[in-house]
Ligand binder design. Structure first.
Ligand code: ATP
Length: 263
């Protein structure tokens, strides 16, 4: 069992009142000599969107991939609805929208095929889709505004459409917790509006979303809470309390524009 497979102890002083859907406890991740995350603890409750902010290299992607169990943790634990990362993936509890660079867009696969991958955990070894699988994929495509693009190759999509494909995969999968790595980066306005609407609706349905973003202006509008990362977790709470000029200076070395104050 890897360090990320352990479940954090219940009753930690920083635990949310409601049982957290996502619970990261004292997570440390190293790549050789580089310490990407140090002793990070973060809990996010059901029906919450948490914006994950930090400068380039602050560890945002490492946190998301460690939660997924794709990056090994040195120490610490992750629980997704009480399950470790591997079990949560196997049970389809967690959906992951990777950064664009992490995907081979030349791979000859169509939009509906990628979304159908979200159903693989429910299919037998033959991976033959049943009616329920096709219906779930159709509903996820419709919800993300991709119905008309179902048969298009993913390599032919715009940046925003690509992000929506992975959101649709998580929806088809029936995930309860979503990890999104910069879903608004390189995204056109129409896709940004669609993604924002879909994420907000998912939150309203009780899903839990951890969204890494550079968009300080958008955080206050979309997110219920913000987490500021700089290898360590600098702050976590309501956006208006977390994104203070002092903390932004600490995290970014400058005070980036926040559009008149988030939250
Ligand atoms: N596979 C890897 N091997 C070695 N070092 C890595 C690896 N992945 C990330 N790092 C290093 O770990 C640190 C955190 O990187 P990470 O990508 O998690 O940060 P980030 O906040 O997501 O950055 P960005 O906003 O630029 O995507 C950085 O110093 C980075 O260079």
């Amino acid at each position: 069992m890897s360090a990320t497979e352990t479940t954090p102890a219940a009753g930690r002083p920083d635990a949310a009142d409601a049982a957290p859907a996502l619970d990261v406890a004292q997570l440390t991740v190293r790549y050789g000599d580089v310490c990407a995350l140090e002793d990070v603890s973060l809990s996010v409750g059901p029906g919450r969107i948490c914006g994950l902010l930090g400068a380039n290299g602050s560890g945002k992607s490492s946190l998301l991939t460690a939660i997924m169990g794709l990056t090994a943790a040195d120490t610490g634990g992750v629980a997704i609805l009480g399950a470790g990362p591997a079990a949560a993936r196997k049970r389809g509890l967690v959906g992951y929208v990777p950064q664009a660079e992490q995907v081979d867009w030349a791979f000859p696969v169509r939009v509906a095929d990628v979304v159908m991958m979200g159903r693989y955990g429910r299919m037998g070894p033959t991976r033959r889709p049943r009616r329920a699988d096709r219906a779930a994929v159709g509903a996820a495509l419709e919800r993300t505004g991709l119905t008309g693009l179902a048969h298009r190759r993913i390599g032919a999509l715009s940046g925003g459409q690509r992000k929506r494909v992975f959101v649709a995969r998580g929806i088809a999968q029936g995930a309860r917790v979503f990890l999104l790595d910069e879903p608004f980066a390189g995204v056109d306005r129409a896709s940004e509006a669609t993604i924002t609407a879909v994420l907000s609706a998912m939150r309203d349905e009780g899903h839990t979303l951890l969204v890494s973003t550079h968009d300080l202006v958008g955080v206050g509008a979309l997110c219920d809470e913000a987490a500021l990362l700089q290898r360590r977790l600098l702050a976590h709470g309501p956006p208006g309390e977390v994104l203070t000029p002092e903390r932004l200076m600490e995290a970014f070395g400058i005070v980036p524009p926040t559009g008149g104050g988030p939250g």
